[in-house]
Design a protein around this ligand. Sequence first.
Ligand SMILES: Nc1ncnc2c1ncn2[C@@H]1O[C@H](COP(=O)(O)OP(=O)(O)OP(=O)(O)O)[C@@H](O)[C@H]1O
Length: 257
Amino acid sequence: MAENKRVSLRLAHVSKSFEKIETDEVTHALNEINLTMESGEFISLVGPSGCGKSTILRLVAGLIQPTTGKLTVDGKTITEPSPERGMVFQKPTLFPWLTVWDNIAFSLRMQGRLKGNKDKVERMIKVIGLEKFRNDYPGQLSGGMAQRVALVRSLINEPDILLLDEPLGALDAFTRMNMQDEILKIWQEKEQLAIMVTHDVDEAIYMGTRVIVLDANPGRVVADIQIKEPFPRDRSSDTFVQYRNEILNRLHFAGRG
Ligand SMILES: Nc1ncnc2c1ncn2[C@@H]1O[C@H](COP(=O)(O)OP(=O)(O)OP(=O)(O)O)[C@@H](O)[C@H]1O
């Protein structure tokens, strides 16, 4: 596979408010977020419900615009979605009328790039171990299988920035751990910038090179912790437990508002 372009993502003084038209009520989803993230980093975003984690991903994806402040990739303002920033949602969003193979191949076909790239589709199917299911439809797959398809469907575009919104939230513990390793394998190979929202502190530490803790009302960063452990991480090591305690502590204080 081709090397990804190295990028630098910057959020400068980013705030985002949502206004309810019926009640004039304003939610300050994010307030004054200042962050710089680089290719090769795996960023885990954790924090209490409503602290703006998904809003950060949607801003980076270009699905919404900040109320004030700026998001830039290599100095260029993000104004709209781009295949260079791929998003994977918690609920797998597959086309029910297309087979596994066609779902994965969809974006290549739309861009007229499928011819000559069919081996890429094959490789992705192999990575997720669904060779025998290539001709099945999403309705015939388990939740974990569908999520794997959704993941590689996004990865096939080789995005410079991979946005993961609780991609493993709906999976059972065993599938979830396997998927964590699969995502890490692909990320390590591509050295892209990955930003993942998770509610699971162990997952955040197991996968992240950096864990960012947010608090709500208004959404803001309360801790930015580098995880300096080599991969693969040992969930029961002393250092891992120390990181877990530190992050749980921050979350506890965050939760108290
Ligand atoms: N389109 C919208 N319209 C109005 N309010 C919104 C909208 N999107 C998000 N919000 C509000 O902004 C705040 C942050 O939402 P967001 O989904 O980013 O939080 P989160 O940290 O991802 O939460 P959770 O962990 O529960 O998924 C919440 O109070 C939410 O209700």
